[in-house]
Structure formats: structure tokens, C-alpha cells
Design a protein around this ligand. Structure first.
Ligand SMILES: Cc1cc2nc3c(=O)[nH]c(=O)nc-3n(C[C@H](O)[C@H](O)[C@H](O)COP(=O)(O)OP(=O)(O)OC[C@H]3O[C@@H](n4cnc5c(N)ncnc54)[C@H](O)[C@@H]3O)c2cc1C
Length: 385
């Protein structure tokens, strides 16, 4: 008689959510397997800007909103992980930047005077004197503040989380019709093999939508919020991590710039208002708008030789009337837990929520249960594919 392998949790999706939870659950003694349809990180995770932030950009309107308070402790949680004292061991992962900047050209503090003077923000940001400005901001006639955020190299993050779990991570596009509900969890038909699991953790990003309807979980809905990020390539670029607030008329950074190694130099990856507004523009109009925004935000730099391209991607989140949700999302429906971290930054919050939904791991011998599936490989950054 064939023995059906028993697992505590099968995780669907190998982005930040799935990889983080695989580490967290295995670390506490659960028998886990992760199934990734394509390559690890290939969804939103390797398209993200990698900023681990404490939500101060949501407080630009002048008050600490519930969004900014929920996320405030996240950079510290990530730093603990980087130091080996957090929920998940990220030692050896070096951030691309240890802080992120807020800057504006050609003006006094203006409407941000109250924001920067707020007592609640003390310890979370500090003014930088010009001698400490990065090369890319030398020439700015305004001000620069440093936030206690950090910027993570997302391919290195994916590798770091995948490495200790390599024997439990498989390449397999999971479909709802591969699952049959049983008394104590799910029976899964994975290729030739049958596997039993107590819990199914849906961490498939946009893929959760189809899995939810396939599994008959209609109460939980997903929303997509599209972005049109812009990639800037030029030999002249120097690394810069920051939000530009020059002349903004609504409380959202005009440009959010992160820098990523590209051949022998750097490329800039642009988000912020530009990427949201870009959804209403065609390609040519967005490229023209991006050039104009670069010139307004960084007029001391020459972008004449820069090549610009566009990366279209949807954010996948729990439905929240089309608005940005404030927190990570984890809801249990029988033996299924549906997860959306909402932000890379909020992944530790997602971990807390999932642990609160699961019973303590059962006492068993933590021997791996190898599945007859190929291993999943790490994906490439979206712009290098
Ligand atoms: C342009 C952009 C910039 C961002 N910048 C930031 C930032 O700077 N800071 C921040 O905090 N957050 C940021 N975010 C948000 C953050 O990237 C996401 O919240 C996070 O990456 C979502 O992770 P995830 O694991 O839920 O989903 P994903 O990374 O999308 O992973 C889902 C995985 O599931 C797999 N999958 C799908 N269907 C199946 C299936 N049927 N079977 C098996 N596997 C399946 C996919 O292949 C994919 O690998 C950004 C998002 C975008 C789009």
C-alpha cells in the first residue's frame, strides 16, 4: 500500500509571502512544502522597489494616519532579522541602502514645516547637512532628510529566504482541482503523487484570485491596483534612494527613486505619483512625462542620454474598495489561509497574523517529506528578463 505523505502546511506561491512563511513555519517545527508556478519572486516581489519603510510617506499630509502607524515598527523588525535576532534569519543579506531620503529642490520647508517639526516623528528622520548628501543630490538647492527606512536588494532577499528551504521548494503550478477537502485538511494530487496537508496557505499574489474561486472561497475578494513604473538607464547615473517632494500638490512623493546594479553601472527605478498617474497615459506620453518629472526633481543632472522604458505590473491585495489597505491580510477559511502581505515592508506583520491562525505545531519527528517535483529556481529582476 502506498503511504500518503503528511504535511502540516503546503504554501502556494514563492514570492516574499510564501518564502517568509516557509521559513517561519519550518523554523517552529512544521512540515512544509512550497509550490511555485514559475520562478521564485517572479511576481510582484522582484518588481518591487525593495523599500522597507515605516510609513512616513503616508504622513506627508500632516498627520500620522492609521496606515502610517500600523507600519511604523516594520523597519526595526527587518533590522532584527538582518542581525539574526528576528523572526526569520536574514543574516548575510546586505541592504542596498541603510536609509532612504526625502528631498526637495529650490524651496524652503514650505508646507512640510509642521511635518518635520512633529514630535511624533522624532528619531524616525533627521536633516542631512549638504556634506552628507549622496553624489546624485549634489547641486540640489533645497533640503534633504534621511528616513530610518532601508532598501533591500530583492533578488538577494529571495535567494536568502530560499536557500535554507531549498529541499522544500518545488516548481509546480498549483490548480484548485488538484485539491480535495478531507476531514482534517486537504488531499492534493501533485503530478503522480498524492499528499495530505492540514493547511493550504494561498500566497500566490494575483494568482490567489483564480484559486479562491476554484476552491469555492467566494467570501474573500482580491483587488488589483495597477502601476506603470519607469526604468531609467544612463551611464551617468549615481545611486540614489529617495522620495522627491518638490512642489507636490498632494501628499504622495512625486518620484520615488531606487537604484539597482546594471552591468557596470546603475539603473534608476521610478515609482511614486509618476507610476500611479502613468496608468492613464499611453507609453509615449508616460515617457515624456517621466523625462519632465526628472528635470523638475533633479534639474542639476543631465538626462539627455538616458533611455527610459516602462514596466507594467499590478499590485494584488485583499479587496479594500480600490484603496490601499493599511495592513497585511491573512484570513482562515476552514483549512485554507489566504494571504496578501500588502507591502514587502509588512511581511513580518503577515507572519504574526498567520501564526495567530495556526495551532501550535504537532509533536512529530521533523523529517522532510520529499515530493516528486522539480525544485523551483529564483527569478530575475523584472527589467532584466
Ligand atoms: C512596482 C511595485 C513596487 C513595490 N514597491 C514596494 C516597496 O518598495 N516596498 C514595499 O514594502 N512594497 C512594495 N511593493 C509591494 C510588494 O512588492 C508586494 O506586496 C509583495 O511583493 C507581494 O508579495 P507576494 O508574495 O504576496 O506576491 P508575489 O511576489 O506576486 O508572489 C506570488 C507568487 O505566486 C506564484 N503563483 C501564482 N499563481 C500560482 C499557482 N497557481 N501555483 C503556484 N504558484 C503561483 C507567482 O508565480 C509568484 O511567484 C511594490 C509592488 C509593486 C508592484
Amino acid at each position: 500500500m502506498t503511504v500518503i505523505p503528511q504535511l502540516d502546511a503546503v504554501i502556494i506561491g514563492g514570492g516574499i509571502a510564501g518564502l517568509w512563511l516557509a521559513n517561519l513555519l519550518h523554523g517552529r517545527g512544521d512540515r512544509v512544502a512550497l509550490l511555485e508556478a514559475e520562478q521564485l519572486g517572479c511576481g510582484q516581489t522582484l518588481a518591487s522597489q525593495g523599500i522597507i519603510h515605516g510609513g512616513l510617506k503616508y504622513a506627508l499630509g500632516g498627520s500620522l494616519t492609521s496606515a502610517s502607524q500600523a507600519i511604523a515598527g516594520m523597519p526595526e523588525r527587518w533590522r532584527d532579522c538582518l542581525n539574526g535576532t528576528g523572526d526569520v534569519d536574514l543574516r548575510g543579506l546586505t541592504p542596498l541602502a541603510a536609509e532612504n531620503l526625502l528631498f526637495a529642490d529650490g524651496s524652503g520647508l514650505g508646507r512640510f514645516r509642521t511635518f518635520f517639526a512633529s514630535r511624533a516623528l522624532r528619531g524616525r528622520l533627521r536633516r542631512l547637512e549638504p556634506q552628507f548628501w549622496p553624489e546624485a543630490l549634489k547641486g540640489c538647492s533645497g533640503w534633504v532628510y534621511a528616513l530610518n527606512d532601508l532598501v533591500i536588494d530583492t533578488p538577494a532577499l529571495v535567494e536568502r529566504l530560499a536557500r535554507p528551504q531549498a529541499e522544500r521548494i518545488y516548481q509546480h503550478p498549483f490548480q484548485a482541482d488538484q485539491a480535495t477537502a478531507i476531514d482534517d485538511g486537504w488531499l492534493l494530487q501533485l503530478g503522480e503523487q498524492r499528499v495530505q496537508t492540514q493547511y493550504l496557505l494561498l500566497c500566490a499574489g494575483t494568482g490567489n484570485e483564480g484559486l479562491l474561486s476554484g476552491l469555492g472561497i467566494d467570501q474573500l475578494q482580491m483587488q488589483r491596483r495597477p502601476l506603470r513604473q519607469v526604468i531609467v538607464r544612463s551611464k551617468r547615473l549615481k545611486p540614489l534612494y529617495g522620495h522627491c517632494l518638490t512642489g507636490i500638490s498632494r501628499p504622495e512623493p512625486r518620484l520615488t527613486i531606487t537604484s539597482h546594479p546594471d552591468g557596470n553601472g546603475w539603473l534608476w527605478y521610478l515609482g511614486g505619483q509618476l507610476a500611479g498617474d502613468g496608468v492613464n497615459l499611453d507609453d509615449a506620453a508616460l515617457i515624456q512625462h517621466a523625462r519632465s518629472e526628472l528635470t523638475i526633481c533633479l534639474p542639476w543632472l543631465d538626462f539627455s542620454d538616458a533611455q527610459l522604458s516602462i514596466l507594467d505590473i499590478d499590485r494584488a491585495e485583499a479587496a479594500h474598495h480600490g484603496q490601499r489597505p493599511d495592513q497585511a491580510f491573512a484570513k482562515r477559511q476552514g483549512s485554507t489561509i489566504v494571504c496578501w502581505p500588502t507591502k514587502l515592508s509588512l511581511t513580518p506583520d503577515l507572519g504574526d497574523r498567520v501564526l495567530a491562525l495556526l495551532p501550535k505545531p504537532s509533536q512529530h519527528d521533523l523529517q522532510d517529506v520529499p515530493l516528486k517535483l522539480p525544485p523551483a529556481q529564483s527569478g530575475l529582476l523584472r527589467w532584466s528578463r
